[in-house]
Design a protein around this ligand. Structure first.
Ligand SMILES: O=C(O)c1ccc(O)c(O)c1
Ligand SMILES: [Mg+2]
Length: 575
């Protein structure tokens, strides 16, 4: 269910990512051209056991004629399972109009089913679907299993059904581990919607959503449960993305559940630099006009280090995009050990001495220790403080549609960053979701952005832009110095300031300065955010300058559509 493709694709991807078992979803078998015995051999060849066959629906608490038909249906499925070598079948709680609200009857009929399964050396794992007609909580399914009292009948616990209902988890620890036959794990974003739709479209791998999967798994394991930890993630995007990548993402999510056994992530302390791959002088010119100085030169390659305060940009040759982000690590080799443990492998690139890995969108992530700047020879030019930029505030990367949740989990596991809550805004070409990942000190901040739906066909065929945001302590002083130097700053329309005035009743002086310098503004209970942008440089990159006042932790997301519309207008004017 977690992987796209046909059965062959799914099995290959699961095996390659190191899984040792699967749940076989009935549809995948029904449409496959292989007999169950052939599937069994294929799985064995790949080192995969078939740990569960599912789903068997709408069985319990029905009138006698329906029961007879259901038992016949079950026997046919037991035949298939025998050929597959699968000994456990998932029976999910009924949604049938034939079912009645009668726990005694449900228990009695499940007992009958379990007896037949036992005759064939098989077991029934009963799962409460969150939308089951009468049985929709795990404690209710447990009461029925306890009442049925058959050794071949136990529970399937599925974290989504349990956590989506907000069930009290205390009772989990009262279930004997031997009566939990199967454990399914799925995370999800918090949503206020019909639980069936939520489950079938938006599940996520553990660590990608809002549920506490670590706490849930701890409770289940404390019962003595020793069966598989299986992932059952119904997700519209995963359903259509590369199964090999999704399987690695899935494995990473399981490893996160045992994070205490993984190498700890060394402390990160800021963005060492961000690398831009550029063609032509446009970006170097812009950096110069923004007050950056070309302070270092690579001895053998056309690679330049530009600096202003502790804000650093490396310019390399390439297609006009952010090609790498570099973080300062207390121990780069341990950062790599952590990355390797989470299935992200160290890469090498000619003449790069820094250890690095690749993020899901292809951006290189460098781990810099002390002295990394020695790779550059001084140009003799000195940073005089320029326009007052102090450091990199954040790097903003637009993500490929298929890899957004994978990216959040990558940064969480490999770099040890914390994902913040996602936000959404309406951009000119569709809704955009934005999610930041940060370290505890918040001196490493990466903002990930993605279209909510795959881009519409009328949207321009240019890639979504990416940017680097630099911090200043005085946004107006920086804007004024840059304007004086002829930096290509983005003009914000007057309508925006009229709306700000209406919404926030800012002092006339502040409003006038914002308008004068095309500075945007946001505030929340904790502080204020003042920021301005450059025009697009080339087709893909721009810069932002931000001033945080007080404890404002966001990214001015409310203002992003204003910037996007302005960039769009410029693109059209240039075309
Ligand atoms: O959406 C469903 O129908 C469905 C089926 C089987 C499961 O194990 C489950 O959690 C949900
Ligand atoms: Mg389930």
């Amino acid at each position: 269910m977690c992987l796209s493709g046909t059965l062959e694709d799914k099995l290959a991807a699961a095996a390659e990512a190191g899984f040792d078992g699967i749940e076989l979803f009935e549809n995948d078998l029904v449409v496959a051209p292989f007999s169950p015995a052939e599937v069994r051999r294929r799985c064995a060849d790949l080192g995969l056991s078939i740990d569960l066959y599912q789903p068997f629906r709408d069985f319990e608490a029905v009138p006698p004629d329906v029961l007879a038909a259901n038992l016949r249906r079950a026997e046919r499925k037991f035949d298939v399972m025998a050929e597959l070598g699968a000994d456990t079948v998932l029976v999910c709680s009924s949604v049938s109009p034939d079912a009645v609200d009668d726990d005694d009857l449900a228990a009695e009929q499940l007992h009958a089913l379990a007896s037949r399964a036992a005759d064939r050396g098989m077991r029934i794992a009963y799962e409460a679907l969150a939308w089951g007609r009468f049985v929709n909580t795990y404690d209710h399914s447990w009461r029925i299993v306890r009442r049925a009292d058959h050794p071949a009948l136990g529970l399937c616990l599925d974290s989504f059904h349990v956590l989506s209902r907000g069930s009290d988890l205390a009772a989990i620890r009262t279930i004997p581990g031997s009566k939990i036959f199967f454990l399914q794990l799925a995370d999800a974003p918090r949503m206020h919607m019909d639980v069936l739709q939520w489950s079938r479209h938006y599940r996520l791998f553990p660590g990608q959503g809002a549920f506490d999967l670590t706490g849930f798994v701890e409770k289940v394991l404390s019962t003595g449960y020793s069966g598989p930890l299986s992932l059952e993630v119904f997700n519209d995007v995963f359903r259509q993305s590369d199964p090999h990548r999704a399987a690695v993402d899935a494995m990473r999510s399981l490893l996160l559940l045992q994070e205490h056994e993984m190498p700890a992530a060394p402390e990160l302390s800021g963005h060492a630099f961000t690398e831009l791959a550029v063609t032509g002088p446009e970006i170097a010119n812009a950096l110069g006009r923004m007050g950056f100085t070309h302070v270092g030169q690579h001895p053998s390659k056309p690679v330049q280090l530009w600096r202003q305060g502790a804000a650093r940009v490396v310019l390399n040759e390439g297609a006009g995009e952010i090609s790498a982000l570099a973080v300062e690590s207390a121990d780069p080799q341990r950062s790599i050990a952590r990355a390797e443990a989470f299935r992200s492998h160290e890469l090498s690139r000619e003449q790069v001495s820094l250890p690095w890995v690749e993020a899901p969108d292809g951006t290189a992530v460098f781990f810099c220790g002390e002295g990394w700047q020695q790779d550059f020879e001084p140009t003799g030019r000195v940073d005089d403080g320029g326009a007052g930029l102090t450091r990199t505030d954040h790097v903003s990367l637009s993500q490929p549609f298929d890899n957004f949740d994978e990216a959040a989990l990558f940064y969480r596991t490999v770099l040890g960053l914390r994902p913040e809550l996602p936000t959404e805004f309406a951009a000119p070409f569709g809704l955009v979701r934005s999610r930041a990942v940060t370290n505890a000190a918040r001196d490493v901040r990466i903002s990930l952005n993605v279209s909510l739906l795959r881009r519409g066909e009328w949207a321009p065929g240019v890639p979504d832009p990416q940017h680097i945001a630099f911090a200043t302590d005085d946004v107006f002083a920086s804007a004024s110095a840059m304007r004086e130097n002829g930096a290509p700053l983005l003009k914000i329309p007057d309508n925006y300031y009229d709306d700000l005035d209406a919404r926030l009743a800012l002092s006339p002086e502040l409003l006038a300065s914002l308008r004068e310098y095309s500075v945007l503004y946001d505030r929340d209970e904790d502080g204020e955010f003042l920021h301005f942008y450059t025009e697009l440089l080339g087709s893909r990159v721009f810069f932002e300058v931000v001033q945080r006042v007080g404890g404002y932790l966001g990214y001015g997301g409310v203002n992003a559509p204003v910037r996007m519309a302005a960039h769009r207008r410029l693109r059209l004017a240039r075309a």
